[in-house]
Design a protein. Structure first.
Length: 519
C-alpha cells in the first residue's frame, strides 16, 4: 500500500510542463537495465588526437584516445561506448530541464547549476561515458520548510524519481556504485569534481543509477546517486555544439560566447610584453595587449563550453594550437606579480593551477596574434597580444628647452623609456639623459626632484612602487655621471597625479611620464 502511494505521488509530478496532458497516475513495471555487454565495442569513432572531446555517432562526447583518464589513485578509467539504438523510443511529453519536479517535501539543497552547454561523464559499465549538451545538477534533500517534520529517506526519493524516469520512457543503463574517485583524477578534478560537485561529491560508493530517455528529437541522460543523508542528480539533454564566440576584424578580435561577458572592465596596453608558454619555453610577445575575465551568469559557467568555443573560433581562422594543459609550476614562477598583476583578470597569478590553451593566429594582413586562455570550472579569462614593433612616440628635449620650461613652469616632462613593467632605462633614452646632465652641469646651483608617474591601469600599490623605482633609476643614471646626489631627489607618485584622461590611449600615454621639478 505505501509503495503504491509513493509511486502514485511520483507519477503525478509535472512532466508535461510545456502544456502536455497530465500523465496517468498508475504504477509501472521497472524496465530491465541494459547490460554493459550490449554497449557497442568498436563502432564509435575515436576521439581527436588533440585531447579534446569529439562527437560519436550517437551524438555523445567521446574523450580523446591520447587523453586517457585515470582516477584519484592513478588507475586507468575505462571510457565505455554506448549504442543509443538499444534504447526504445519514448513519446512522453516532457518540459524543460531538469524535466522532473521533486517529490513532496524534497528539493534542491542549494541553487542548482544549469549550463547551456557542458559535458558530463556518466557511469556506465566499469567506467564512464561522455555526454555533452545542456546540463542541470544539484544536491537534493528535504525542503527547508519541511525539515522540522520530515526526515530524509534515500529510498523514498529514489523510488519516486526512478518511477518518474521510467514513466518518461527512461531506460536504466547502469545500476551500481558511484565510485567517486573516478571523478577526481587529474583530468576530471577541475571540470567535473569541481564543476559538478553537487552531482558527484557523495559517499565514495553511493548507490547510483543512470537512465536514458531517447526521443525522436532528443536524448536525455539522468544520473541519480543517493546516500544516507542526501542525493545528487545530474541531467544532460544531449545537443550538438554550436559555436557562439566570434572572431572580428578589430583588436582584440576574440569575443566571448553568448551568455558570457567580459566581467570586470577589459583592459589593455598600447605596448607591453606578455609571455606565452609553448610547451618548451616562453615566447615573449611585444605589442598591443588585451586582458579580459570571461564570466557567465551565476551557476551557468561551463569550462567545456568556453573550451569548445575557443577551439571552434581558432579552427575557423586557421589558428595554431601551441599548447594545451598545465604550465609547469617552475616555469610559472619565472615571472612575478609585477607582470602578472595587470593580467590577473585573464590568467591569474599562478599559471600552473588551471588548464591553459595557447594559440597563435597569423592574420591575412601579416599580423601575428597570440591568445592565452585560462579554463577553470568557475571562471575563465584570456590575454591577447598582437605582435608589433616598438614605435617611439617621445621626442628628445634639449637642455635649452628643459631650462626654458623649468623657468616658466617649475617642472618639465622628459622622454625616458623603460623596460616593460620594470625600472630599467632603455638604451634609446641615453640622449635625453645626456641633455639633463648638460642642464645640471650648466647651472651647478640647480636642484631637482625626479618625479615618476604612471597611468591608472594595474594595481595602485604596484604603480606607486614602479613610479618610485623608475625615478630612482633616473637619479642613479645622473649621479653615475658625476652629479652630486645632494642635488637630486627621487619621488614616485604612481597614478595619483594624472594630467589627462586615463580612459583613452592618448591620455594614458601622457600620464606615463618622468618629470624634472625645480626644488
Amino acid at each position: 500500500m505505501r509503495k503504491d502511494i509513493a509511486c502514485a505521488i511520483a507519477l503525478a509530478l509535472v512532466l508535461g510542463a510545456c502544456g502536455g496532458e497530465q500523465a496517468e497516475t498508475t504504477t509501472t513495471t521497472q524496465q530491465a537495465p541494459i547490460d554493459a555487454g550490449t554497449a557497442s565495442t568498436g563502432d564509435a569513432p575515436p576521439g581527436g588526437v588533440d585531447g579534446t572531446a569529439t562527437t560519436t555517432a550517437d551524438g555523445t562526447a567521446d574523450a580523446a584516445v591520447g587523453d586517457a583518464l585515470v582516477d584519484d589513485e592513478g588507475n586507468p578509467v575505462a571510457l565505455v561506448p554506448f549504442d543509443i539504438d538499444s534504447v526504445p523510443l519514448s513519446s512522453a511529453t516532457l518540459g524543460e530541464l531538469p524535466f522532473v519536479s521533486m517529490p513532496a517535501g524534497y528539493g534542491p539543497v542549494n541553487r542548482p547549476r544549469q549550463r547551456a552547454f557542458a559535458r558530463f561523464p556518466f557511469r556506465l559499465g566499469d567506467g564512464l561515458h561522455w555526454v555533452e549538451g545542456a546540463s542541470w545538477n544539484s544536491l537534493l534533500g528535504v525542503d527547508r520548510d519541511a525539515r522540522r517534520d520530515k526526515q530524509f529517506s534515500a529510498r523514498e526519493l529514489r523510488r519516486n524519481l526512478e518511477a518518474v524516469f521510467e514513466q518518461a520512457g527512461g531506460h536504466k543503463v547502469f545500476d551500481g556504485p558511484l565510485r567517486r574517485g573516478l571523478y577526481y583524477g587529474p583530468q576530471l578534478e577541475e571540470e567535473i569534481g569541481g564543476g559538478f560537485i553537487e552531482g558527484v561529491n557523495l559517499d565514495a560508493d553511493a548507490p547510483t543509477t543512470v537512465h536514458v530517455i531517447r526521443q525522436a528529437d532528443r536524448t536525455i541522460w539522468l544520473q541519480l546517486s543517493t546516500h544516507s543523508h542526501g542525493a545528487a542528480l545530474v541531467v544532460v539533454e544531449q545537443r550538438p555544439f554550436e559555436a557562439t564566440a566570434r572572431w572580428t576584424d578589430a583588436f582584440p578580435y576574440l569575443q566571448p560566447p553568448a551568455g558570457y561577458d567580459d566581467g570586470n572592465r577589459p583592459r589593455g596596453r598600447d605596448f607591453d610584453m606578455y609571455p606565452f608558454w609553448t610547451g618548451d619555453g616562453f615566447e615573449e610577445v611585444e605589442g598591443r595587449t588585451h586582458v579580459a575575465h570571461v564570466k557567465a551568469a551565476e551557476q551557468a559557467q561551463s569550462m567545456h563550453e568556453v573550451r569548445r568555443n575557443l577551439e571552434a573560433v581558432m579552427a575557423g581562422v586557421g589558428g595554431t594550437k601551441v599548447f594545451e594543459g598545465r604550465i609547469p609550476e617552475e616555469a610559472s614562477e619565472r615571472y612575478g606579480r609585477d607582470l602578472k598583476g595587470f593580467y590577473s583578470d585573464g590568467t591569474g597569478f599562478s599559471w600552473d593551477d588551471y588548464d591553459s590553451m595557447v594559440y597563435r593566429v597569423n592574420r591575412p594582413d601579416g599580423r601575428e596574434v597570440w591568445v592565452h586562455a585560462r579554463l577553470e570550472y568557475g571562471s575563465a579569462g584570456w590575454v591577447i597580444a598582437e605582435r608589433e614593433g616598438f614605435v617611439q612616440t617621445a621626442a628628445l628635449l634639449p637642455a635649452s628647452e628643459l631650462k626654458k620650461q623649468l623657468a616658466a613652469d617649475g617642472r618639465v616632462a622628459i622622454q625616458v623609456n623603460f623596460a616593460v613593467d620594470r625600472a630599467e632605462i632603455l638604451a634609446d633614452s641615453q640622449p635625453q639623459i645626456d641633455q639633463v646632465l648638460a642642464l645640471l652641469r650648466e647651472d651647478p646651483t640647480l636642484r631637482l626632484s625626479i618625479d615618476g608617474h604612471t597611468d591608472a591601469t594595474g594595481e595602485a600599490d604596484h604603480n606607486q612602487r614602479l613610479s618610485e623605482a623608475r625615478a630612482k633609476s633616473v637619479v642613479a643614471a645622473l649621479t653615475g655621471q658625476g652629479i652630486d646626489a645632494a642635488r637630486l631627489e627621487a619621488r614616485g607618485h604612481g597614478q595619483s597625479q594624472p594630467v589627462a584622461d586615463n580612459a583613452t590611449d592618448e591620455g594614458r600615454a601622457r600620464n606615463r611620464r618622468v618629470e624634472l621639478v625645480r626644488r
